[in-house]
Structures are given as structure tokens and as C-alpha cells.
Design a protein around this ligand. Structure first.
Ligand code: ADP
Length: 326
């Protein structure tokens, strides 16, 4: 099957700064693709280029066989878009919003009417068809925005941070809907800041930084390839003293990586901690042998710790750093 979206050598600059810098991306049909990256990495610009909302300075975009932005109007009729910010019409009811949006796609009233029961069921809003938008909760609005994006039964759906601002229950309902779409064989391109969301939903993840894809793979592959398998997060009274002691213990060389200028990186003492990082008041020990770290910590009554398997967030922070990006 041909790819529904192919980006090749894509470049876009604003005010002389390269925002998208030679980006290549090819979506596999029927898969959920995650586009992750810190703020300013170029995710939204990439989505806008892919949809032909803006033109590239260099490179090509092929969306469903149409070159972008030249044939954007044709291609966009066949895709679904869930924007970062809801753009529902507050003067209309739930049903009227779906009708209006369908007309925007050139669908006939009858055609849209026939689709509305499915969309209401999909969004869990069957009882709210005649409710004004302002009577809906944030989660309901988000589900309606998702349902609205399906009005034209698209095979490819763009989702820009679909669960930002939602509470955990509302996020779970959106995930349920997205999994249903994935089960139906739809292709999804999803940007998110939630690593648990990406880990749950995405088959393939591309991590973007400074306008380029820096790594690509399934969540499991990325975790296996880029991070130590275990993390021990350490905090509490006496952490600094314990760190100092561990660094200066030449016999064990346990936390030797801590003495590196960035506070982490490089190979550490064998059998203890391969890599350590400090973030705020927490020390993150990345290790193959958590039992050795935990045994040591058990002898430190003032310290608290959390031992867990490494996850996608650890990979993301390792690859893109812990510094704030605004
Ligand atoms: P992300 O979605 O990964 O946070 P964006 O694609 O929104 O990143 O933005 C990448 C960079 O491009 C940011 O530094 C942003 O300020 C800049 N940028 C995006 N759109 C414009 C624009 N229309 N004009 C000027 N700068 C822009």
C-alpha cells in the first residue's frame, strides 16, 4: 500500500531561523504515528506543511497522492484534522456543528444526517445531540471535535495534542476513541507532550528536535535502544551528602558520572549506575542492576526512592535534554 503522507527534505524558515530543517517522514498506512518533540521543535509547522496550509522553502509533501500545497483543497477533503484548540461554533448545537462541518467538506445534508448517529455514538454524545456547545464539558467538546474530524470518514487523521488540558477520565475516553480508529485501520498522525499517551497509542514514533527527526522507532524499540532498562529516582534528606560520598568513594566509583560537568552522561561505575542526572531535587539513576542501588539505599534511612522500569519519557529527556524550551 502506498503511504498516505510522504515528506521529503522539507525545510521552512521564519525570520532566518530554520524551523523545519531537511525533514523526512513517511507514514505507514493503518498505523498510529507519534510526532514528539520539545516546544519549538517544529511539530506544528510540520503538520501545517503536511496539510498544505503553508508552503515549504524546500522539499516536497505528498498527501494522499496530491502535491502540497498546490492541491491542498483536494487532499484536505479526504483527511480529518483535530486542531490543538477546539473551534466548535458556540452558537450551534452538537448536531448543527456536525452538519455545518460536513457541508464544509461539500457533503450533502442527507449524507451528513446519515453519518450523525455514528458520530454521536462514537463521541459518547448521543444524549447531547441538541445541546448547545457551551453546555458541554471540556472532555465532551474534545470528543465532539474528534467526531467532527470523522464526518467525511477519512482514512488519515491529524491530531495536534488531542488530550491537552483534559482530566485523566476524559483522556481515557479520547484514547478509547483513538484505539477504535486504529482498530478500523485508519492512519493517525499524533503530536503530544504526554509520553504515556504516545507509548499507549503509537506504533511508530518520530522524535523531532530543531526541525529534524532525531530518532524513529516503536516505543519498545526506542526504550530498548536508547535507555538503560531501570531507573531509580532518589530524593529526600541527605541526598547531597550521599551523592558526595558516593562520588568520592574510589573503591566503588559508584556515582562517578555525577562528577561530570553536566551532572550526568558517560559511563559510570560498573554494577551500580550507568548514568545519573539531577533534576530539581531528584537524582535519576539509570541502571542495569537496580537491586544493587536499592540495597545501598535501604541503608540510608533519610532517603526515599522509587524504582521503576525506564519509559518513553526517559528516552525523550535523554535525547532532547531537561532544559526548558519556550
Ligand atoms: P512545536 O509545535 O514543536 O512547538 P512550532 O512548529 O510551533 O513548534 O514552532 C517552531 C518554531 O517556529 C518556534 O520557534 C516558533 O516560534 C516558530 N514559528 C512557528 N510559526 C511561526 C510563524 N508563523 N512566524 C514566525 N515564527 C514561527
Amino acid at each position: 500500500m502506498t503511504s498516505p503522507l510522504i515528506l521529503r527534505g522539507l525545510c521552512k524558515s521564519y525570520g532566518g531561523a530554520r524551523v523545519v530543517d531537511g525533514l523526512d517522514l513517511e507514514l505507514e498506512p493503518g498505523r498510529c504515528h507519534g510526532l514528539l518533540g520539545p516546544n519549538g521543535a517544529g511539530k506544528t509547522t510540520t503538520l501545517r506543511l503536511a496539510l498544505g496550509l503553508i508552503g515549504a522553502d524546500a522539499g516536497t509533501v505528498d498527501l494522499l497522492g496530491y502535491p502540497m500545497p498546490e492541491q491542498a483543497a483536494l487532499a484536505r477533503r479526504k483527511v480529518g484534522v483535530v486542531p490543538q484548540i477546539d473551534s466548535l461554533d458556540p452558537d450551534f448545537t452538537v448536531r448543527e456543528n456536525l452538519l455545518t462541518y460536513g457541508r464544509y467538506f461539500g457533503m450533502k445534508g442527507r449524507e451528513i444526517e446519515a453519518r450523525i448517529p455514528y458520530l454521536l455514538e462514537f463521541s459518547g454524545l448521543a444524549g447531547k445531540a441538541d445541546a448547545p456547545i457551551n453546555n458541554l464539558s471540556g472532555g465532551m467538546k474534545r470528543r465532539l471535535t474528534l467526531a467532527r474530524a470523522l464526518v467525511n470518514d477519512p482514512d488519515l487523521i491529524f491530531l495536534d495534542e488531542p488530550t491537552t488540558g483534559l482530566d485523566p477520565q476524559a483522556r481515557h475516553l479520547i484514547w478509547q476513541g483513538l484505539r477504535r480508529l486504529i482498530g478500523q485501520g485508519k492512519t493517525l498522525l499524533l503530536t503530544t507532550h504526554f509520553m504515556d499517551e504516545a507509548e499507549r497509542l503509537c506504533d511508530v514514533i518520530s522524535v523531532l528536535d530543531q526541525g529534524r527527526v532525531i530518532v524513529r522507532g516503536s516505543p519498545r524499540e526506542l526504550i530498548r535502544q536508547h535507555i538503560e532498562p531501570h531507573v531509580v529516582e532518589i530524593f529526600g534528606d541527605g541526598l547531597n551528602e550521599w551523592k558526595t560520598c558516593a562520588i568520592s568513594d574510589p573503591a566503588a566509583q559508584r556515582l562517578s558520572t555525577l562528577s561530570s560537568p553536566a551532572g550526568g552522561g558517560g559511563a559510570g561505575g560498573e554494577g551500580f549506575c550507568r548514568r545519573c542526572e539531577t533534576a530539581g531535587e531528584t537524582l535519576f539513576c539509570y541502571t542495569d542492576t537496580p537491586e544493587i542501588v536499592v540495597a545501598e539505599l535501604e541503608a540510608q534511612p533519610g532517603l526515599r526512592y522509587l524504582h521503576r522500569p525506564a519509559n518513553l519519557e526517559d528516552v525523550f529527556l535523554k535525547l532532547t535534554g531537561r532544559d526548558l524550551r519556550d
